[in-house]
Design a protein around this ligand. Structure first.
Ligand code: SAM
Ligand code: DTB
Ligand code: SF4
Length: 330
């Protein structure tokens, strides 16, 4: 097992980014292999339980009321709708079901409804994750009491770049929620988005913030910006795919025992790039043809990808390579 540190310096992290590509991914893969089965990937499925009309102004997001993206707003889903989406996800091999709401923060009344959803999904035998915006200490405790497994709340980018992307909340607000979640004893899922016009130093600083938390997040989603029409970030220069892979590798080195999730942006990535992300240390992904409001690869494409790479879904499920080969999907 690797030594866990939370005293990473910016220049140390930048030196990792500056390594020759092969040296960097050799290093990260070695650490990955020492901590995880390199041929297994954890599978989560997402559901947007409340879509659109969000009061926050995140400049990447389809759901902000400040962005004219043509997205139709939806009310909080009914419990039964969530149950049927969750059973489909389970049937398809997901081991974790993540429910996202476009809120700045949940009211206590809406939190109670989400709690019923968490209970129902847990009863189906899946791990649960929710992302509901900012959370008070008492709300985090309530979620812990009903057995929520993970809370997702991303730092998104470096503290220095944050204000150019979002103005309606501060970096400290994000850190406060993460600390409420951690103190309540819920697993933390926190990562960021690349390709928003940030510099390599910003990417290093994001990873530094995550790794240097009192305890690193158990799950670290790395999203490649999905450019959405009507958002200020639509049309921005795309990030070099190798820089994305470098960031995954540095995340793996800094947070050796965390799950690093290859998150949004996979529809723009070919199989070769995704294979390099897995080699560099990514070991989790979203499975299912929808993220929250944008597309994710078709399930059959991911089944083929897993089969081509002999990768198994963690804890079995329908992405089991032998089953796929029997069905001649390979
Ligand atoms: N409203 C809550 C919040 O912001 O914490 C939860 C939902 S929000 C959609 C969850 C995360 O999705 C964001 O923090 C961001 O990292 C990611 N995200 C949103 N839009 C994205 C996009 N267009 N491309 C990539 N990632 C995105
Ligand atoms: C995360 O880091 N990525 C997911 C999940 N956490 C909630 C969301 C990605 C959203 C991509 C844009 C969309 O579909 O709206
Ligand atoms: Fe709202 Fe979350 Fe989208 Fe920001 S990222 S606009 S908080 S849904």
């Amino acid at each position: 097992m690797s030594v866990l540190r939370n005293d990473w310096k910016t220049n140390e992290i930048e030196s990792l980014f500056n390594l020759p590509f092969n040296d960097l991914i050799f290093k990260s893969h070695t650490i990955h292999r020492a901590n995880f089965n390199p041929n297994e990937v954890q599978i989560s499925t997402l559901l947007s339980i409340k879509t659109g009309a969000c009061p926050e102004d995140c400049s990447y997001c389809s759901q902000s009321s400040k962005n004219d993206t043509g997205l139709e707003r939806e009310r909080l889903l009914e419990l039964q709708e969530v149950i049927s989406a969750a059973s489909e996800a389970k049937e398809n091999g997901a081991t974790r079901f993540c429910m996202g709401a476009a809120w700045r923060n949940p009211t206590d009344k809406s939190l109670d409804k989400v709690i019923d959803m968490i209970k129902a999904v847990k009863e189906m035998g899946m791990e649960t994750c929710v992302t509901l915006g900012m959370l008070e200490e008492s709300q985090a405790k309530k979620l812990k009491e009903v057995g929520l497994d993970y809370y997702n709340h991303n730092l998104d980018t470096s503290p220095e770049f944050y204000g150019t992307v979002i103005s309606t909340r501060t970096y400290q607000d994000r850190l406060d929620t993460l600390s409420n979640v951690r103190d309540a004893g819920i697993n933390v899922c926190s990562g960021g988005i690349l390709g928003m016009g940030e510099t390599r130093r910003d990417r290093a600083r994001l990873l530094q913030e995550l790794a240097n938390l009192p305890q690193a997040p158990e799950s670290v989603p790395i999203n490649d910006l999905v450019q959405v029409k009507g958002t200020p970030l639509d049309g921005i220069d795309k990030l070099d795919p190798f820089e994305f892979i470098r960031t995954i590798a540095v995340a793996r080195i800094l947070m050796p025992t965390s799950y690093v999730r290859l998150s949004a942006g996979r529809t723009e990535m070919n199989d070769e790039m995704q294979a390099l992300c897995f080699f560099a240390g990514a070991n989790s992904m979203f499975y299912g043809d929808r993220l929250l409001t944008t597309d994710n690869p078709e399930e059959s494409d991911d089944q083929k990808l897993f089969s081509r790479l002999d990768i198994q879904a963690e804890k079995g499920g329908k992405l089991d390579v032998d089953t796929l080969k029997e069905k001649q999907i390979a």
